[in-house]
Design a protein around this ligand. Structure first.
Ligand SMILES: N[C@H](CCC[C@H](N)C(=O)O)C(=O)O
Length: 278
């Protein structure tokens, strides 16, 4: 089976063109290819498929095989793949993910996509829709006890769940220890992605992330969007913010009039390969 290894700010996935390839058990395949010793090595698997309501469908799986509704770094790489590999010649495309259609603008240099702007849609803060168990109308700076320490969480969905925590120093976060404790906390019926944010100034934040189903990744596009909206809800930043991640930078813009978030960032192809799928 042919695949392409790509990344957005170091958040790397194995991409399979399902217009050509057949994938019988995607959760199993994601676990296999994601293993960084016995497989290809990635944060998960992304299948590119036809769609009845958009130009393409993105079907995304975390390293543990769990399916997610949306992947920000992944959808930028899907855009790069379909343009660079000739599945489209359009520079404005639509991609369906988790049932919702996203609009993407492709920045092409020398015939290849280098950067993509994605309309990531409306941030969701209603607890029942994130989902997070809470009797509040919004979970903004609410206390949560993790490993004997009380953290303040702000919860936002970008189609997938995020708990945003503000810290003084992201390097000091013991992410391997507390990340899983947030991910599997009982208040998150579908688990959660958790972002640890240090606000540098009103236009810049520093972010680390423990992803649902993949552990710490070098970047998280939906997490960056959720984090910027959490900053705005808490009054920490303006509406346009540069998010500094371990693997690179994303530009996030909140459009107040449209109540919509836009993400701009890179997409990189690393290599093409062939996998022996027995
Ligand atoms: N782990 C996430 C999916 C990948 C999101 C992330 N890689 C991004 O770029 O948005 C979840 O289960 O909701």
């Amino acid at each position: 089976m042919k695949f392409t290894k790509m990344h957005g700010c170091g958040n790397d996935y194995v991409y399979v063109n399902c217009f050509v390839e057949q994938v019988a058990d995607a959760p199993y395949l994601s676990r296999v290819v994601s293993d960084r010793h016995f497989g290809i090595g990635s944060d998960g698997l992304i299948l590119i498929k036809p769609s009845e309501k958009a130009d393409f469908t993105m079907d995304m799986y975390n390293a543990d095989g769990s399916n997610s509704q949306m992947c920000g770094n992944g959808i930028r790489c899907v855009a790069k793949y379909v343009y660079d590999y000739g599945l489209t010649d359009k520079k404005n495309i639509t991609v369906e993910s988790g049932g919702s259609v996203k609009y993407l603008d492709l920045n092409v240099t020398d015939g290849k996509v280098t950067e993509v702007t994605v309309n990531m849609g409306t941030p969701i803060t209603k607890p029942g829709l994130i989902p997070v168990i809470s009797d509040k109308k919004q979970v903004i700076a609410e206390p949560l006890l993790i490993d004997g320490n009380t953290y303040e969480i702000t919860c936002v969905s970008m189609g997938n769940p995020h708990a945003v925590v503000f810290v003084e120093d992201t390097k000091a976060v013991e992410i391997e220890k507390i990340g899983p404790l947030f991910e599997h906390n009982e208040i998150f019926p579908e688990r959660t992605n958790t972002e640890f944010i240090h606000v540098i100034d009103r236009k810049t934040i520093d972010m680390r992330v423990w992803e649902r189903g993949s552990g710490e990744t070098l970047a998280c596009g939906t997490g960056a969007c959720a984090s910027v909206y959490a900053c705005i809800l808490n009054g920490y930043t303006e509406d346009t913010v540069t998010v500094r991640l371990l693997g690179g930078e994303l530009k996030i813009q909140y459009d107040r009039e449209k109540h919509t978030i836009f993400m701009t960032g890179p997409a990189v192809t690393v290599f093409d390969g062939e996998l022996n799928v027995n």
